[in-house]
Design a protein around this ligand. Structure first.
Ligand code: GCU
Length: 792
C-alpha cells in the first residue's frame, strides 16, 4: 500500500501564501446540525506512527477540525462502536482484526470507500468528503506514478522556477526537512508513489556515505506519506567517485562497484524505488563510450537493483549533435533509431522513460513514435510540470490539454486501437510495469513552483498518473475549488483563463507545429526564432526567404513520418491529411502555402500571434474581476504575473512577426506587423544620459533599437511632445529586464508624475526618467498611448 488520500476542503481562508497548495483545510460555514452529522471517531487499524495509515488518520482528524471546527477522537483497532466513525486501514489489517468482509477486488494502491449505517470505511486506501450513502472503489492505471526533481546537490534546480532546492544545499542534504514533509503531503494526496530527488544530469557525490545517510533522512520523511524515494545516477560514477579506471558496464569491477553501492543505498533506504539514468545524451557519459548498447547499460542497474525490488527508469532522451545542411538529418529520429532494435533486450525491471514528443517538451509535438516501437519493453511517459519552454511559470499555462493530445493519441499499431495512455500503462502490450514520470522542480518558494496558478499542473498530473482518461477541465475545476473555494465566479473565471492558456501560448510562441520559438541555446525563455537553426542541437525549422518547416516525410525528407505505424505514417506523409497544427513539423512549405483553413502560412502566423497576445490581455481583466473573492496575498501575486505576461505576450507577438516578415518579405494583409500608430520609439525621443542601443536579436526591439543609460550609476531622461489627439489613454512603458539589476522608470506629463485618470493633451511634454541598477542600464524600448480597447 502506498498512496494516501486526504480530506479536501472547499472553503475560503484569509491571506494565504500557497504553502498548503490544494490541501488548505479552509473552514466551511457549518451549523450545529452539520457538526452533529460528522463522525465522532476515527478508527485506525494497526498503524505505527511512521505508517501511511497512521498519517491518514491524523490528516483526517486535522482536516475535520480545521474545516468544521470539531475534533474527532482517534482510536485503534476497534471493530465495533456505538458512535459514528471513519474507519481507516488496509483491507488486510481490517480483515485480520475484525474478520471477513466483502471488499471489491483492489490492485496495489487501490482503495475502497463505503458508508454503512454510522460508519465510513476507507480500506486499502483512503479518501472522504461525502457522508451520504456511497460505495466506491478505484485502482491506479499503472504502478509507476513518479515525479522527477532536477535538483543539484549545490541547491540549484535545473529548469526550476520556484527557488532553491528543498533537499540539498552546498553539496549536502538540508538538515531541516520540514519542506520535504510538506511536499510529501501534497504528492501523497494526488497518489504519486515515488520521487526522484536529484537531477538526472547527476553528480556522483550523492553516493558518498554522508549523503546516503542524508538520503535516508529524506526517505524517512516521505515514507509516512506512502511516497518512495529514487535517485538519479551518473554513469561514470565508478570512475569519478570510485576511482576505477573504467565505467564499462560489462567490466566485472564496475558491476561489483554498482552492486556494492546499491547495497549501501538500500541500507539507508530499505524501500528505495529505483534509479533514474540519463546516459549518452547531452554530454552525459554512457555505455556507448565502450561500444556497449543502451540496454547493456540499463541492465547493469537492473541487475544491481533486482535483489531489492527496485526499478530502473532509463531515459529514451538520447541524441547526438547533427549537421543541418544534411537534409535528411533529424534529431526527432534519434529515439527510435537508438531503441527500436533493442526491444526485448531490457531486463524486466527496466522501464524506458520516453518524453511525450520526439524533441523536447515543445508547445506542440506529435506523440513520440517510440511508444509504437517497443512491444517487449516496459515504457513510461515523461511529462514536464515545470514550464521550461512554456513560460517558466511567468506565463499562465494549464498543461493537461496539451498532455491529452499525446495520451489520447491513437498510434494504430497493427491497425488496432493503441492509445498512448494504454501503451504506457502496460495494457496495450501486456506489460506489468509502466506509467508516468513528470519533471516537477518545486523549490523553497511558498508557491512551490513560482506561481500559484501553476499548481493546477502538479495536481492534474497526479490525477492523470492515476487515471490518464480523466478530463482536463474537470480536474482543473476540482483543483480550483480546493485551492480558491466555492465561489462560482472564481470557478468559471479561472476555468476559462486556464483552458484558454495553452492555445494562447501556442498562438503567440509558435504555431502550426513549428515548436516553441524560444531561445533554445541557453535560457529557453522569450522569443528567439533564429536560435532554432544553424546549430547542432537539431530543433530546426529550416526557415529561409522562401519557406519554412521540417520535411519529415519518407519520400523527400528525413523519414521520420515512417517511424509511425502505417496508418499514422500515411497520414503524416501526405500534406493534405496532416493536420494544420502539425503542418510545419512534417512538411517544408512556402510561406504562401494555403492551409486547410484557407489562410496562407505567413498570414496564419501574423493572425495567430495577434490573437494569442490579445487573449492574454483578457486574462488580466478576468483576474481583476476576482478582487475580493480571493485572499489578497494570492490575488496580488497572480496579478503581478498576469500583468507581466500581458506585456511579454506582446513582445513575443512582435518579435515573431517581425522576424518572419523580415525573412519572407510578405506583408501582413491586416497591416499590423511593423505598423504601430500608438507608439513612441524611445530612440526617437530627446535623450539626456540615455543613448541608442541596437538590440540583438533585432526582432526583440520595436524598430530594432532601444535606449540604455550612458553610465550605470547615472539616471537617463527621454522627452518628447505628444502628438496624439487629446484624450485618456492607457500608458505602456516597454522596458527590458536583465538579470542582476532592478532599474526603475518614472513617467511625467508636463513635469508632473503621471497618475491614473490624468487627461493627455496634444502637445503635452512626456518625460521618462530611467534609473539604472546594478548591471541593468534602465533599458527602454518604447512608450505606447493606448486608447480604450487598443493593444498596439
Ligand atoms: C532539456 C533541458 C535540460 C535537460 C534535458 C533532459 O534539454 O533543457 O535541462 O537536462 O532536457 O531532459 O535531459
Amino acid at each position: 500500500m502506498r498512496a494516501l488520500f486526504f480530506l479536501a476542503s472547499l472553503g475560503f481562508a484569509a491571506a494565504e501564501d500557497g504553502l498548503d497548495g490544494w490541501l488548505r483545510y479552509a473552514s466551511l460555514p457549518c451549523s450545529g446540525q452539520c457538526q452533529s452529522k460528522l463522525p465522532a471517531n476515527i478508527v485506525v487499524f494497526n498503524a505505527t506512527e511512521t505508517s501511511p495509515v497512521y498519517v491518514a488518520g491524523s490528516e483526517r482528524q486535522a482536516g475535520i477540525q480545521s474545516i468544521y471546527g470539531i475534533q474527532p477522537h482517534i482510536s485503534h483497532n476497534q471493530c465495533k462502536s456505538s458512535s459514528s466513525a471513519i474507519v481507516v486501514g488496509t483491507v488486510h489489517q481490517y480483515r485480520k482484526t475484525c474478520g471477513s468482509r466483502d471488499v471489491p477486488e483492489l490492485e496495489e494502491d487501490g482503495f475502497w470507500l463505503s458508508t454503512e449505517a454510522n460508519r465510513i470505511y476507507i480500506l486499502g486506501q483512503m479518501n472522504v468528503g461525502n457522508f451520504s450513502e456511497v460505495s466506491y472503489s478505484t485502482n491506479p492505471s499503472a504502478p509507476i506514478r513518479w515525479v522527477n526533481q532536477w535538483d543539484n546537490i549545490d541547491g540549484r534546480i535545473e529548469r526550476g522556477y520556484g527557488g532553491p532546492s528543498i533537499f540539498f544545499k552546498d553539496g549536502a542534504i538540508i538538515s531541516d526537512l520540514t519542506r520535504v514533509r510538506q511536499y510529501a503531503r501534497l504528492l501523497s494526496s494526488i497518489r504519486i508513489n515515488a520521487v526522484v530527488v536529484n537531477n538526472l544530469n547527476a553528480n556522483a557525490t550523492l553516493l558518498t556515505p554522508a549523503n546516503l545517510k542524508g538520503l535516508g533522512r529524506i526517505a524517512d520523511t516521505f515514507r509516512p506519506y506512502g511516497v518512495q524515494v529514487g535517485i538519479s545516477l551518473n554513469f561514470a560514477s565508478p570512475e569519478d567517485l570510485g576511482g576505477l579506471s573504467t565505467f564499462d558496464p560489462l567490466d566485472s569491477s564496475v558491476i561489483s562497484w554498482w552492486s556494492n553501492i546499491t547495497k549501501h543505498v538500500y541500507q539507508h533506504v530499505p524501500d528505495m524505488a529505483g534509479y533514474l539514468v540519463k546516459a549518452d545524451s547531452e554530454g552525459q557519459p554512457g555505455p556507448q563510450t565502450y561500444s556497449r548498447t543502451l540496454s547493456q547499460g540499463a541492465n547493469l542497474f537492473g541487475k544491481a537493483l533486482q535483489p531489492y525490488g527496485g526499478i530502473v527508469m532509463f531515459r529514451a532522451f538520447v541524441y547526438n549533435q547533427l549537421n543541418e545542411s544534411v537534409w535528411t538529418a533529424d534529431r526527432a529520429n534519434a529515439a527510435v533509431n537508438f531503441f527500436k532494435d533493442l526491444d526485448g533486450e531490457f531486463d524486466e525491471n527496466v522501464v524506458v522513460q520516453i518524453k511525450y514528443g520526439p524533441i523536447d517538451f515543445q508547445v506542440r509535438e506529435p506523440a513520440s513514435p517510440l511508444f509504437a516501437n517497443l512491444f517487449n519493453t516496459s515504457t513510461a511517459i515523461e511529462l514536464e510540470v515545470t514550464q521550461e519552454y512554456l513560460g517558466q511559470q511567468s506565463h499562465l499555462l494549464y498543461l493537461p490539454p496539451l498532455w491529452k493530445t499525446i495520451l489520447d493519441f491513437d498510434l494504430r499499431v497493427d491497425g488496432k486501437p493503441s492509445l498512448v495512455r494504454d501503451v504506457v500503462t502496460g495494457k496495450r502490450f501486456n506489460r506489468k510495469l509502466g506509467g508516468s514520470a513528470a519533471v516537477v522542480n518545486v523549490g523553497t518558494n511558498t508557491t512551490w513552483l513560482g506561481s500559484h496558478l501553476s499548481m493546477s499542473n502538479l495536481y492534474a498530473y497526479g490525477r492523470l498518473a492515476w487515471n490518464p482518461a480523466d478530463d482536463a477541465q474537470a480536474m482543473l475545476q476540482d483543483w480550483i475549488r480546493l485551492t480558491f473555494g466555492l465561489d462560482r465566479t472564481v470557478l468559471s473565471t479561472i476555468t476559462k483563463m486556464s483552458m484558454d492558456s495553452w492555445p494562447a501560448y501556442e498562438a503567440y510562441s509558435g504555431n502550426l507545429g513549428i515548436q516553441t520559438l524560444t531561445d533554445i541555446l541557453y535560457t529557453h525563455y522569450g522569443p528567439n526564432p533564429a536560435s532554432q537553426d544553424n546549430n547542432g542541437w537539431g530543433q530546426w525549422t529550416r526557415a529561409d526567404h522562401t519557406g519554412i518547416g521540417m520535411d519529415r516525410t519518407v519520400s523527400k525528407g528525413t523519414g521520420f513520418a515512417g517511424q509511425y505505424p502505417s496508418e499514422i505514417a500515411a497520414m503524416y506523409e501526405n500534406i493534405d491529411t496532416t493536420p494544420d497544427n502539425l503542418l510545419l513539423w512534417f512538411h517544408h512549405v512556402e510561406y504562401m502555402h494555403s492551409l486547410h483553413s484557407g489562410k496562407s502560412v505567413i498570414q496564419h502566423f501574423y493572425d495567430a500571434h495577434y490573437s494569442g497576445a490579445e487573449t492574454v490581455q483578457t486574462f488580466l481583466s478576468q483576474w481583476e474581476s476576482l478582487k475580493g473573492k480571493i485572499d489578497d496575498e494570492r490575488y496580488e501575486h497572480v496579478l503581478r504575473r498576469l500583468e507581466y505576461q500581458a506585456g511579454h505576450s506582446i513582445v513575443w507577438r512582435d518579435a515573431i512577426n517581425n522576424f518572419y516578415y523580415n525573412l519572407s518579405g510578405i506583408p501582413d494583409t491586416a497591416k499590423r506587423v511593423g505598423h504601430h500608430p500608438w507608439r513612441i520609439e524611445a530612440e526617437s525621443m530627446q535623450l539626456e544620459g540615455y543613448k541608442a542601443y541596437t538590440i540583438n536579436p533585432f526582432e526583440t526591439a520595436s524598430g530594432s533599437v532601444a535606449i540604455v543609460t550612458a553610465a550605470n550609476d547615472t539616471m537617463g531622461t527621454a522627452t518628447t511632445q505628444i502628438k496624439f489627439p487629446s484624450g485618456t489613454y492607457d500608458l505602456a512603458v516597454n522596458h527590458y529586464d536583465i538579470d542582476g539589476g532592478q532599474s526603475h522608470w518614472q513617467a511625467y506629463l508636463n513635469d508632473k508624475q503621471i497618475v491614473p485618470g490624468v487627461k493627455v493633451n496634444k502637445g503635452d511634454a512626456l518625460k521618462i526618467v530611467g534609473k539604472p541598477d546594478g548591471v541593468e542600464p534602465a533599458p527602454l524600448d518604447y512608450v505606447a498611448f493606448l486608447p480604450d480597447g487598443v493593444v498596439d
